[in-house]
Ligand binder design. Structure first.
Ligand SMILES: NC(=O)c1ccc[n+]([C@@H]2O[C@H](COP(=O)([O-])OP(=O)(O)OC[C@H]3O[C@@H](n4cnc5c(N)ncnc54)[C@H](OP(=O)(O)O)[C@@H]3O)[C@@H](O)[C@H]2O)c1
Length: 269
């Protein structure tokens, strides 16, 4: 599962890596991979979705993506300046175009990212194809039980970004990797803190998307499937203080569609 986005500017390099893996016989076919990419906010408009996906596919060198996500429920103006200008986001028109991408076979499935329960409810009123996935910040320090229950009820799979709290990133938090509760559980089970954090997400029924540039840590992060956390350990994890790390203050303000983070997250903050 390779999680990318137009914003990350890594689609070309991922495309090259896929081609190389095929060429070297590391994979027999592209079908062995699950490749996600995301629509950036500057293209979050009915008429811009299809050209944006086609451009992503060109860069990836693929005929289809497995999952195409609306990156944020936000539309931004294309601008040469560094300042972010937001426009009105047409949730229905943008989703209609996402569905068309699916009908055309360019995306096997479609979904959203950074959607609250309220925004998912609005979308579900319009959607012919309900979103397959909501990719959101989810980790032991931001457990989102209300959103998890809502998505489960509606059959929307949750992908967990920043499963380690975006450790070391400029907006990230140490609340996961420095958690004394995780530290104790990890020591008792002879696992690492990261493994406990990722296993917890797995047991919640979500898919963690973890980032590492370190081969050893990549291997370690995959070793979460043949053991489990006990109910008592899960109970302790539920005691970890909760705080959202991903709070994009640049996306909100007096001239933006959402005046505050409270509005962006529909109070689910
Ligand atoms: N949809 C969205 O809006 C959105 C937002 C943010 C992120 N994402 C997606 O989610 C992915 C992951 O989230 P993230 O990058 O924010 O943060 P993350 O995966 O929670 O944390 C990444 C950091 O953890 C470190 N790390 C990884 N494994 C480790 C281990 N076993 N032990 C110790 N440190 C470890 C990494 O360092 P090393 O590289 O040195 O190992 C890196 O600094 C992104 O790559 C992206 O695909 C999506």
């Amino acid at each position: 599962h390779i999680d990318r986005a137009a914003l990350y500017r890594t689609e070309e390099i991922v495309g090259q890596a896929v081609a190389e893996a095929l060429g070297r016989g590391l994979i027999k076919s592209r079908d062995e991979l699950f490749i996600t990419t995301k629509l950036w906010c500057t293209d979050a408009d009915h008429d811009l979705v299809l050209p944006a996906l086609k451009e992503s596919l060109r860069k990836l060198g693929l005929e289809y993506v497995d999952l195409y996500l609306i990156h944020w429920p936000i539309r931004m103006k294309k601008d040469d300046t560094d300042s972010i200008k937001t426009l009105h986001f047409d949730i229905k028109g943008t989703w209609d175009a996402m569905e068309e991408c699916c009908r055309m076979g360019l995306a096997k499935s479609i979904g959203v990212s950074n959607y609250s329960c309220a925004k998912l409810s609005t979308l579900l009123q319009y959607a012919t194809f309900p979103p397959a996935v909501n990719q959101v910040e989810l980790n032991v320090a931001w457990q989102q039980p209300k959103l998890m229950a809502f998505c489960k009820d509606k059959g929307i799979h949750v992908c967990a970004f920043s499963p380690l709290g975006a450790y070391g990133f400029h907006w990230g938090t140490n609340a996961v990797m420095d958690s004394p509760i995780l530290k104790d559980i990890a020591a008792a089970k002879d696992k690492t803190i990261a493994q406990v954090a990722l296993r917890w997400i797995r047991q919640e029924g979500a898919t963690p998307i973890v980032r590492s540039f370190n081969k050893e840590r990549m291997r370690q992060n995959l070793q979460i499937f043949d053991w489990e956390l006990t109910d008592e350990e899960v109970g302790k994890i539920q005691q970890i203080p909760q705080q959202r790390a991903c709070n994009p203050t640049d996306f909100v303000g007096p001239h933006a569609q959402y005046k505050s983070l409270e509005e962006l997250w529909d109070g689910e903050i």
